[in-house]
Design a protein around this ligand. Structure first.
Ligand SMILES: [Zn+2]
Ligand SMILES: [Zn+2]
Length: 112
């Protein structure tokens, strides 16, 4: 623990002194002030951290987006159903087996 140097008179007090042994200034205030100061600095840093913490959330959003994009891709890959009907990869409409083009958007049935 640091020696409690009086802010007012510069007297070096015992580490456990709460008041300056020379002038009677409340020494613990200094410590508390410094503590509060460090807390304020911490909260400022926390503000920065808050800004940083948004990044992972944004990253999650990107992951979600890319995840949905991936699932959309996988849907596109398996547009043909077992009964021969197929999902339009462009608009998502389910078309019948004999349909050569999408009944909704008119796009040709894609080949595997
Ligand atoms: Zn003093
Ligand atoms: Zn379509």
């Amino acid at each position: 623990m640091k020696e409690r140097i009086c802010k007012k008179c510069g007297f070096t007090n015992d580490t456990n002194a709460f008041y300056c042994q020379k002038c009677g200034t409340h020494l613990s205030n200094k410590g508390i002030k410094n503590f509060v100061k460090s807390l304020k600095l911490g909260s400022v840093a926390g503000g920065g951290a808050k800004g940083v913490s948004i990044a992972p959330i944004a990253g999650m959003e990107v992951d979600k987006m890319s995840g949905s994009a991936q699932s959309f891709k996988s849907v596109r890959k398996s547009y043909s159903l077992e009964d021969g009907s197929w999902y339009c990869p462009y608009c998502g409409k389910k078309n019948k087996e004999h349909a050569v083009e999408c009944g909704d958007c008119g796009k040709a049935k894609p080949h595997d």
